[in-house]
Every structure is written in C-alpha cells, then in structure tokens.
Design a protein around this ligand. Sequence first.
Ligand code: NAP
Length: 382
Amino acid sequence: MPHINGPQDGPVAVTGASGYIGSHVVRCLVRDGYTVHACVRDASRKDKTAHLLAMGEQGPGTVRIFSADLLKAQQGAYDEAFQNCVAVFHVAADLGSDPNYGRPTPQRTFDSCMTATQGVLESARQARTVRRVVYTSSTSAVMGLRPGGKTAEGYEYKDDDWAGEGPYETIEERWTVVSPRSGKVHKLWTLERQAYAMGKVEAEQYAYRWGAEHGIDVVSCCPCHVLGPLLIKAHDATWQHRIGLMLQGRSGHRGRPNMLWNIVDVRDVAKAQVLMATSDVAKNGSRYMLAAPDSHGELTVQELLDTLAEIYPNVDIAGDYAPPPTEDQPHGKSAKAIRELGLRPHTTRQTLRDTCESLFAVASVKPALKRAQSPQTEAAKD
Ligand SMILES: NC(=O)c1ccc[n+]([C@@H]2O[C@H](COP(=O)([O-])OP(=O)(O)OC[C@H]3O[C@@H](n4cnc5c(N)ncnc54)[C@H](OP(=O)(O)O)[C@@H]3O)[C@@H](O)[C@H]2O)c1
C-alpha cells in the first residue's frame, strides 16, 4: 500500500495517546493539520485527556478522544476509533507507568505488546481504509539478549539487529544455559525474565508478516532512552523520572547504576513517526532505531551527571553519589532515520535541558539547590 500524503487523506488514529510518546505524536500530527482519533484507556480521566483536547483547540488539526482498552484489543476495542482512518500510530503498551492500574505481571506486559498488537492490527484491517501502521517497538527488540551473550565492546547496533535472534521456536533453546558447576539449567529467554523484549520482538515480527499478507504497510520505530519535555504530570515516569531524582540530589539509578544512557528526544520520536507514515522510502518491514543523534547522546552515568551539573550549576545533582563504571553498551544511533526520513534531531543537551525544565514546571520537581533560591541555568549565568 502507498504511504499517506498528509491530512487531506483522512483522519489518523493514535493508541496510547495519553502517554508520554503518544501525546507528542498527537501534538505533532495536530500541528501538521491532521484529524486525530486519540485512543486512551479511560476517556473520563481528565488528567490524561485535557492536554489532548487543548491541542485540538489550538489546531490547525483536531482531536477526538476514544476509550479503548489495549487488553481488549482482540475483542475489537479499537474498531470504532479506527473507522475512516488512513493510518494508525500504535504507540500503546502497558509499562506500568500509572500506579492506578497496578504493577503489570510479565504476562500482562507481554500481552500488552504482542496479543494487543494482533487485535490492533485486526481493527486496522476491519476499517478498510488504513494504509499504513506505524508501530512503536523498542530497542529492547534490537539490543536485547543476543546469541553469545554480551556484544563486543563498542558494538554499534544496526537497525536490523534482533534481540534473541532467530525464529522464536529456537530462541528458548538458544538461551538455555547449564551451569558447569551445579548443572542447574537456566532459561534466560522466558516470559518471566524477558516479557517486554519478547513481546516487542514477537509483535514486530507478527506485524510484518500480517502486513505482507494484507497489503497494509507496517513500519516500526525502536526507541532507546526517551527524554524530553513532559506534557502532563502523569509523564513523570521511567527515564525522565530518574532525571528528576538526580535533580533532587538523589542517585536516580533505580537498580541500574551502570547503564550507558543512549538518549533520544521524545519530540524526535514523534516527528520520526509522522515521517514514517508519509515516507515513500519506508515500506512494510522497515525499522528505524531511534537512539542518540550522535555520540554526544551516549553518556556514561558520570557524563550524564556532569552534563546536568553544567546546565544547572546551582543544583546539587545526585548529591554525593559516586556511580560505578558504566558498561560500554548499548551503542546505536538514529542514523537511518536521519538519512532516510530526513529527521533533524534535537541536540542531547537541549533534550536534557527541556526534560529538566518540564520536570520543574509540570511535575513540580523541587531541585536540591546548593546556594541560590532557584535553579540557575547556563543561559542565566551568561
Ligand atoms: N519511554 C521510553 O523510553 C520507550 C523506549 C522504547 C519504547 N517505548 C515504547 O513506547 C511506547 C509508549 O511508551 P511511553 O514511554 O509513552 O509510556 P507511557 O507514558 O506509559 O504510555 C503508554 C500508553 O499506553 C497506554 N496503555 C497502557 N495500558 C493500556 C491499556 N490496557 N489500554 C489502553 N491503553 C493502555 C497508556 O494509557 P494510560 O495513560 O491510561 O496509562 C499510555 O497512554 C510503548 O509502546 C513503549 O514500549 C518507550
């Protein structure tokens, strides 16, 4: 099927529209003049829909809100929302960001990726008007467990690398290791341990097969550590929440003290998705890793703390926390999206600054000040 040309073709739908990435996708589309069917879990949650309606008020596009439960996708939960739509941006997944719905079990996480995507695709087919589905996968489906264990130092992931690697039937076998000492069998690629990566791998692979079968393009983006402006308080979750903790003088490592931060701006993730819908280069099965714009976007924990301290010299970033050495992965860039889609990413410094400013303004984060009364930025110093 051809790509869509723009808002003149018809409405488009966004799943997970209230979420961090989904809200930016809606914003981007409305700014481009689209009529957006914004799908949320619960339309009565004003704290998660008011900002979407405000976007529609501002235009030039418009927003209509639809309630649809991802976990009921296979029962046609998205049928109504997708009617007349020419493209579907399938962003939703249950990451447990909203404590009101409880912490998802591995099975629920997996289902929200894999089985829900099956249902979303079926609703897209039922609509008979959808030409392209843009799926938000994850670098977990690119950079997750790989044969041979860890990748070589400095390994630069490519957009067509797959976590697990190989057809699913063989993955479990491939990832079964026997301890030489105890003889104990460890299964590493299991739903218990890898629900999210497995869900994304399976959903993507299913979606491309489905796309080929039904003549509807499915193209995916695989974001890494997404940061950038929060639009509502509910977006104070995942990586951006950890930045907020650092601003409050805390370590913010949350059990992952030695990760390499590979940062992509949420506005770039949204823009890339709109470009993927309209691209005549992208086709069924195209994948775009959305990660650091360049090597400046790959930061050790210490480099991240140092950069935040440079931006906010008055703030006691992470207190006296001394991070352990950072692992040399995951390396990967948005190079293909920049080359093929013409994406023009924000600089990582801008992304970090805008994340922090929105944490102060939207999430009421109170920075741990060293001396002065308010967080002084680099710019304010000049
Ligand atoms: N953030 C990252 O760094 C990152 C990196 C790689 C990939 N991703 C992918 O990007 C997508 C969006 O993530 P995000 O960071 O924007 O997370 P988020 O803010 O938690 O957004 C997730 C969205 O999915 C919706 N959702 C969850 N369970 C649902 C259900 N049962 N029924 C209907 N909607 C449901 C949420 O609705 P509610 O608002 O009602 O909770 C929310 O709108 C996900 O597919 C995620 O896997 C994110």
